[in-house]
Ligand binder design. Structure first.
Ligand SMILES: [Zn+2]
Length: 444
């Protein structure tokens, strides 16, 4: 959880138990997982029996589970405590999200560890309770100076990973001089304003290829409605890997592009504005559920998430604007644009003409400036005159206060921990800029 002025990051260590410890550790993680799932069920059952709306207090949960977790699952005392506490917190957040679907379940062998009592990092080793020592193999040292909080040890594809939560102070937010507006479509992400424009290709095409590979395999090993591929482990694993690959391509791309945009914005003193994607996502949902649509959807959602996250991380104010009419309104005079060739738009009123994406970017910027009111720093304020709100025939109705209010944060919850896993192992590769030019439109 973020909290005021802090971001919770997750740093990942790849660890390896001393050879003799591996079966021991794996067995402990499996027992923990089973005990965790059992505890979730048991606490939930207790709540139903007693008509409770909230999870019971620690005392009640302790009485309910402590002895049983030790005797039935063979967990050491301290780990039994961590286990029911984790079960409680999982249940709590599930209930907080509406409690829909079945009860949450852990699938992979895992273990939750509290700092100090649960684990300790020392001399290149992680010592966990019960005397197990894990050698640290991959170590992200960038956040060493911040105190460690709880950690989760998981086992996945033959590897042990320790994800340690760190509470890191947010950087001092910049005072923006203007807005870098971000527009997304199937092919491009365009980030720009009245002066600059950056284009990034989306990863959809690349990801689609992996989905197609998976599909081809599924077809090849199917006979009518009999899906033989499901019954053959090797094929099933390959199909799964292709699907995972497609998803990770999208995730990687969203993270890198977002990072690039946030860093550019910080460097040039811009706030970042994007469309509120809810509407886009809704409209895409109504399309036939093809692979491509699904991947575009995923891309939008991940981009929205990562843009906000990277902006928070780099102290860039960010804002979401209403997406309506962003690509059909003239950014200069507010008239309705007409199509003028492939993806080009023209204003019948003032003669403004530009690429559809450029139009969207200019409109998003304009909307963001309106929403932000007077929160830009003054020296560059004259630059705004070309899209001054009162020239667009809209009321100058500026909301009070600074909508950014640094430090306010909402939803960088658990997802951000997982997300950080990828980010901390991220090596900086610069996304090639498709094009960069000034004032990418004409106005007669
Ligand atoms: Zn116009």
């Amino acid at each position: 959880m973020g909290g005021e002025g802090f971001l919770t990051l997750c740093v990942v260590f790849r660890v390896s138990p001393e050879p003799v410890g591996e079966p021991l550790l794996l067995s402990l993680l499996r027992r923990y997982r089973d005990a965790l799932n059992y505890s979730i069920k048991r606490i939930h059952g207790y709540m139903e029996e007693n008509g409770l709306k909230k999870t019971p207090g620690d005392g009640a949960v302790h009485g309910l589970l402590y002895e049983e977790l030790k005797s039935r699952f063979g967990l050491p005392s301290r780990i039994a405590v961590d286990c029911y506490r984790e079960a409680k917190s999982i249940l709590k957040s599930w209930l907080g999200n509406g409690g829909n679907g079945g009860l949450p379940r852990a699938r992979r062998p895992r273990m939750w560890l509290t700092e100090k009592q649960g684990y300790r990092v020392r001399d290149g080793y992680v010592e966990i309770i019960g005397g197990l020592r894990l050698k640290i193999i991959g170590w992200d040292r960038r956040y060493d100076q911040y105190p460690s909080r709880q950690a989760v040890l998981t086992y996945r594809s033959g590897k042990f990973l320790l994800r340690v939560a760190k509470r890191v102070p947010k950087p001092q937010p910049i005072s923006p001089v203007d807005v870098l507006a971000v527009d997304v479509n199937e092919k491009y992400i365009v980030a720009g304003n009245h002066r600059v424009e950056y284009r990034f290709e989306t990863a959809v095409e690349k990801a689609v290829r992996y989905r197609e590979l998976a599909e081809r395999l599924q077809r090849k090993y199917s006979n009518g409605s009999y899906r033989a591929w499901l019954r053959r482990r090797g094929i099933r694993d390959r199909v799964r890997r292709f699907h995972e690959k497609a998803r990770s391509i999208i995730e990687d791309w969203a993270r890198k592009v977002s990072r690039e945009i946030a860093l550019t914005a910080r460097r040039d003193g811009y706030a970042v504005a994007r469309e509120d994607l809810t509407y886009l996502v809704e409209s895409l949902r109504r399309l036939p559920r093809q692979h491509k649509t699904k991947l575009i959807l995923l891309g939008y959602r991940r981009l929205g998430y990562w843009l906000d996250w990277q902006c928070e991380k780099h102290g860039v104010p960010h804002i979401a604007v209403d997406p309506r009419n962003t690509s059909s309104t003239c950014p200069l005079c507010g008239s309705r644009l007409i199509e003028n060739g492939y993806r080009r738009m023209k204003c019948p009123n003032c003669g403004f003409e530009a690429d559809r994406d450029t139009v969207a970017v200019l409109n998003i910027r304009r909307k963001a400036l309106l929403q932000m009111g007077g929160s830009l720093t003054t020296p560059t304020a004259p630059q705004m005159t070309d899209v001054a709100p009162n020239r667009c025939g809209e009321p100058v109705n500026r909301p009070k206060g600074n909508p950014f209010r640094a430090g306010r944060r909402s939803d960088l919850g658990d997802a951000s921990l997982t997300a950080w896993l990828n980010d901390s192992t991220y090596t900086a590769t610069r996304i090639p800029r498709q094009a960069l030019w000034r004032a990418p439109y004409t106005c007669s």
